[in-house]
Ligand binder design. Structure first.
Ligand code: FES
Length: 81
């Protein structure tokens, strides 16, 4: 699954890189602080919670825990733990 990692003022957030509206690649969109704007129809998602903040998306994107270990960004898919 594609995952995108964003830097928000020095904190890292990871989301599934697929818009819940029509599966556009969210990392191609514009980042506005802790919000990502889908490049296709403009839905906005919180990078912190994954919540869909504006139509035409209504379902949240998955978010994943991120840590920095020895200078590497590590992301865990904990949905099936
Ligand atoms: S595909 Fe993202 S808002 Fe439509």
């Amino acid at each position: 699954m594609p995952i995108a990692v964003f830097n928000v003022s020095g904190r890292y957030y990871a989301i599934e890189d697929v818009c819940t509206h029509e599966a556009e690649t969210l990392s191609d969109g514009e980042q506005l602080d802790d919000i990502i704007v889908c490049p296709r129809h403009g839905a906005q998602f919180s990078l912190v919670t994954g919540e869909a903040l504006s139509p035409p998306a209504y379902e949240p994107v998955a978010t994943f825990p991120v840590r920095i270990e020895d200078g590497m960004v590590q992301v865990k898919d904990d949905r099936f733990d």
